[in-house]
Design a protein around this ligand. Sequence first.
Ligand SMILES: [Fe+2]
Length: 267
Amino acid sequence: MQIHNNSEGFFKSITQVDDITLINVNEINKFNCILIEKSCEIPDKDYINFSSKFGPILSYQNKPTMSFFGQDVDEVNLHFDGISSDNPQKVPKWLIFRVRLAHNIKFGGNFEVVDTVNVINLLPEKLKDFLRSTKLEFYGYFIEQIQQQKYNEFSFSIDPIVQYNGIESLRLFLPSKNDNHKLDCKKIFKGTSEEETRNIFNELEKALRNPSVYYTLDLKENSLLILNNYFTFHGRKKFTKSVPRTFDRIQVLSHNISSLNKSDVII
Ligand SMILES: [Fe+2]
């Protein structure tokens, strides 16, 4: 087993792992992005048991695991999971991805991760103050779930900077350059025009892709990627063509909560 920690204490990788059940979760959960590479398949039982050591697993239709087979080729821009949740306790703390079938990165689709704590230091003071005092409004977010919802109808708003245990973290869903209205629904910083909002997102996007806080990962088959969803964004670059790939996701909460309802759709 080989262990590598980056100097900022953000990223940890563990390679040549024989048995994930031997990994001590309390030693790795101080990091916000943890990559575990294993040489052979991770059985469901090990994947679920390992994930449950991070906290209570959030179920979808009574299943702990959500699978993605990925026909889409569009970019999914940087975001955190649970953005539309009306209850902060339902925002997952940990996202644990298992790569079952990896694709060749020459077709694009790179997995992106951003440190949403340190990125705040890269923003001008004026923009920080603006984000601390202005809501980001989402329109037409549930368009696929709630038939009567219109593209321009207000769905919910969020604080673009929040604190978890006294640590500030950036909370956004950056607009994507595609036509998927669920992912790329209209977003407006309250009290600004569409053009002003676009300019703010452009400034944020520049900071979020600064090499000091931005990582692209080439995820190998039989690896686990564990993200602290409170302190990271994740996203996916556009594919040049549709290529077979399969990964699973388990979301872990910080506390036990009762079951989800329809409005808790989490992407
Ligand atoms: Fe996501």
